[in-house]
Write a protein that binds this ligand. Structure first.
Ligand SMILES: [Zn+2]
Length: 109
């Protein structure tokens, strides 16, 4: 699927946005959310413009798992939450994984 110039996540992936990039792998770019809802709130953005998890190939999901595991280890996180929106629940039609940390288990989703 082709990427699009009017997609904010495609612009971030291409380095055309001012967002500071935390990490880059072959398939994803990790940045800080500009409107964090947790002490640590990262966005894991697939480089490929795919709509949501329904279009994600298994290898992409495996890469995301590896990146999440790396981040948790590097930052010595004792816990974290990952979420992803799809369809009408997503603000932008480009799959993104939210990784939240510094939260407690009693906090509502
Ligand atoms: Zn995109």
């Amino acid at each position: 699927m082709a990427d699009t110039d009017d997609c904010i996540f495609c612009r971030i992936v291409k380095g055309q946005d001012q967002t500071s990039i935390e990490k880059v792998t072959d398939r994803v770019v990790v940045v800080q959310d500009v409107r964090p809802i947790a002490p640590i709130h990262l966005l894991i953005i697939p480089k490929q413009h795919i709509r949501d998890i329904r279009d994600a190939e298994p290898y992409l999901w495996d890469d995301i798992r590896k990146v999440v595991t790396e981040i948790a280890s590097e930052r010595k996180l004792s816990g974290f939450r990952i979420t992803t929106n799809a369809g009408d629940a997503a603000m932008i039609p480009h799959m993104v994984i939210h990784m939240l940390a510094g939260i407690t288990s009693d906090r509502a989703i």
